[in-house]
Design a protein around this ligand. Structure first.
Ligand code: PBG
Ligand code: ZN
Length: 325
């Protein structure tokens, strides 16, 4: 007679049984691939800090989107790399700018077959490198709002399905919603960077987008990583202001925040598996210290288990190309 009736190992005995009882299922439909758009034509370069990730001019980017569509990758997020920066961030609101141009080319070619989101933030366009315009050596929250709203409107007018404010200015979601609605863009989705922490994991991105702050850091502008309740407060505000999707960023060091946010709202919760997280997995794999597929699937499953149903990840193209899921 066996004393041991309760044996959790029973449900781990084979692949089929493990798959049957799995609590979390990762599906590529919830993943979004970021792209970097360069001014000019005929340009495609690989980023040294982010192996496999490109910066391309709009004409080349459309070719990449076409190749990605054939892999089943039809959800993209665009980040602009501007040619000129100034105090007013005027490049951010130029309808002839690089990102609106790329959106129009993509939408002309593929229409509703691709979901195009684009970043709304001033840091790539300000000479200071800060996410808002400056006044007296400080980021001026209220003066930045109309510029952010205009940036969102220009993107929507170019055909973006979704705008993603990543600046963390107070009140920006409400001003963007009002501006979009006033111009008839009532269907444009707002994916808000709701809980965006001041993080060292953005390092490779800042090189990619040429958006590092010249002086100072983003600690007055982004959340302090010692705080979790503050994320709930940001969720309440973004929800009241009209966000359609709320996002936590970065993801892996913030799984508790993702689960906190999941519990605090009925909205879809996204997480950003950021550049430093991507580069860490790539470097471990490149050094032969762990298989890349296993790292990527473990990371993205953990983010899903924590409560995110949408993940922005640079790994998506590899996942589809190698059929990792
Ligand atoms: C800019 C922005 C950043 C990222 C997305 N939008 C960098 C920052 O805030 O400095 C980081 C994304 C990544 O690291 O992959 N507001
Ligand atoms: Zn920014």
């Amino acid at each position: 007679m066996n004393e041991l009736r309760l044996r959790p190992r029973r449900l781990r005995q084979s692949r089929i049984v493990r798959d049957l009882v799995a609590e979390t299922r990762l599906h590529p439909d919830g993943l979004i691939q970021p792209y970097f758009v360069l001014p000019g034509a005929g340009i495609r370069e690989e980023l040294s800090g982010m192996p496999g990730i490109l910066r391309e001019s709009p004409d080349r980017l459309v070719e990449s989107v076409e190749a990605d569509l054939s892999l089943g990758l039809n959800r993209i997020m665009l980040f602009g790399v501007p040619e000129a920066k100034n105090a007013k961030a005027s490049g951010a609101v130029d309808p002839q700018g690089t990102v609106p141009k790329a959106i129009r080319l993509i939408k002309d070619a593929f229409g509703k077959d691709v979901f195009v989101a684009c970043d709304v933030c001033l840091c790539a366009y300000t000479d200071s490198g800060h996410c808002g315009v400056m006044n007296d050596g400080r980021v001026a929250n209220d003066e930045s709002l109309p510029i952010l709203a205009e940036m969102a409107r220009v993107s929507a007018a170019a055909g973006a399905d979704c705008v993603a404010p990543s600046d963390m200015m107070d009140g920006r979601v409400g001003v963007i919603r009002d501006t979009l609605d006033a111009h008839g863009f009532t269907d444009t989705i707002i994916l808000a960077y709701t809980a965006k922490y001041a993080s060292a994991y953005y390092g490779p991105f800042r090189e990619a987008a040429e958006s590092a702050p010249g002086e100072g850091d983003r600690r007055p502008d982004q959340m302090d990583f010692r705080n979790r309740l503050e994320a709930r407060r940001e969720v309440d505000l973004d929800e009241m202001e009209g966000a359609d999707i709320v996002m936590v960023k970065p993801a892996l060091a913030y799984l508790d925040v993702i689960s906190e946010v999941r519990a605090a709202t009925e909205l879809p919760v996204a997480a950003y598996n950021v550049s430093g997280e991507y580069a860490s997995a790539k470097l471990l794999a490149r050094e032969g210290l762990a298989p890349e597929r296993d790292l990527v699937v473990e990371n993205l499953t953990a983010i899903t288990r924590a409560g995110a149903s949408i993940i922005l990840t640079y790994h998506l193209r590899d996942i589809l190309r190698h059929r990792w899921l």
